[in-house]
Design a protein around this ligand. Structure first.
Ligand code: SF4
Length: 373
């Protein structure tokens, strides 16, 4: 399985919790960006030896490109990239920027899945996040995307927002479920370094949600989505049967994906790198952008990464894979001890030929994974 991640770096406003590379562009460089991106994608296409199984266009706000720019971009993708017949093609959509013309341009160009940044259905919490959309625009964009024939729909939701109550989170989950998405991603708010949200936390302008409340919200999510018939397949992801996100599974299984666009990160045959996150540089360099953060993990680093990614999946890792990993890293003994301790503490379970998190372990997954890396 091989994928492509495309980064569109434009946003009409910078949300306070966001640390992705994106800019509020006052020079209107979207047309120049689209032309430059096509050059890069053409170069990527020449390198690919097998068809792409997934494409994910994220950002930024990809839906800020106009229907005309999308038409040009999607036509070029069809011409210059080898695509598997059952390609999963996802575009991230901001609810405020989707209209029927844009949705039809996406669908006509082969996009079959959209991931909508809903985040919350409460205006007050959207304001805390500095997200500039109306809760009602989520339902509107879902309707329009379906009308255009885009069947795969994910909604992104955030919980543990400062001031958010447990009841409000239940209302958010129910509002999302009422729209019948086939996929949901629910993340606890994280305070990334160098974001306005983290600065507001430091000055006391916002208070972090209490740990117990965050845990209760996550447990409620597990129960509520289970009752709704959605299966939990990764720490933060739920899907109806057969609707798991192939592109995300590619990340979690440490597969190969090419990056395109400024700030996009990729991983091909054990090497990770990132295109330099600077639009001006990107527009100047052709066809290949300058890159940074090139990393080839050593054997032990790869083992740590396999644990970190594999255990994020609810099905975990096969016992056979775990044994192989423990035998090949330098810190096999140490990792073995961590695993045994976590099993004894009821955080991991080893049964049915697989090692995976228990329900209680999912609540502490980040710290367990940090130890295993
Ligand atoms: S719209 Fe998305 S990428 Fe843009 S600033 Fe907000 S969270 Fe970040």
């Amino acid at each position: 399985v091989q994928g492509l991640y495309v980064h569109v770096p434009f946003c009409f406003h910078k949300c306070h919790y966001c640390d992705f590379y994106s800019i509020v562009d006052h020079q209107d460089r979207r047309a120049a960006f689209t032309a430059r991106l096509i050059e890069e994608l053409t170069a990527v296409g020449r390198r690919l030896t097998r068809p792409l199984d997934s494409i994910f266009v994220g950002g930024g706000t990809p839906t800020l490109l106009s229907p005309g720019q999308w038409h040009t971009l999607l036509k070029a993708i069809g011409q210059h990239l080898p695509l598997a017949p059952d390609l999963e093609f996802t575009v991230e959509a901001n609810p405020e920027t989707v209209d029927l013309e844009l949705a039809q341009a996406l669908a006509a160009g082969g996009v079959n899945r959209c991931s909508i940044g809903a985040q919350s259905f409460h205006e007050a919490h959207l304001r805390t996040l500095e997200r500039h959309h109306e809760p009602a625009s989520v339902a509107r964009s879902v309707t329009v995307l379906r009308q255009a024939g885009i069947a795969g729909l994910n909604l992104d939701l955030i919980f543990a927002i400062p001031g958010q109550t447990h009841e409000e989170w239940i209302e958010d989950l129910d509002a999302a479920l009422a729209l019948k998405p086939d996929h949901l991603s629910c993340y606890a708010l994280t305070y990334e370094p160098n974001t306005p949200m983290t600065a507001r936390l430091a000055t006391g302008a916002v208070q972090r949600a209490p740990e117990a409340l965050e845990a209760r919200m996550y447990e409620t999510t597990l129960d509520r989505l289970d009752m709704a018939g959605m299966s939990h397949y990764e720490i933060s992801a739920w899907a109806h049967r057969d609707r798991q996100c192939r592109h995300n599974l590619l990340y979690w299984s440490n597969g190969d994906w090419w990056p395109a666009g400024p700030g996009a990160a990729g991983h091909v045959q054990g090497v990770r790198w990132r295109n330099t996150p600077r639009l001006a540089d990107y527009l100047d360099a052709a066809p290949w952008p300058s890159i940074q953060d090139v990393e080839r993990l050593d054997a032990d680093g790869r083992v740590g990464e396999e644990f970190m990614l594999g255990l994020r999946l609810i099905d975990g890792l096969t016992t056979q894979a775990v044994d192989g990993l423990l035998a090949s890293g330098q810190r096999g003994r140490q990792r073995q001890d961590t695993i045994q301790r976590c099993i004894a503490q009821g955080l991991l379970q080893d049964g049915g030929g697989r090692l995976r998190f228990t329900r209680r372990g999912l609540l502490l997954a980040d710290s367990v994974l940090a130890e295993l890396v």
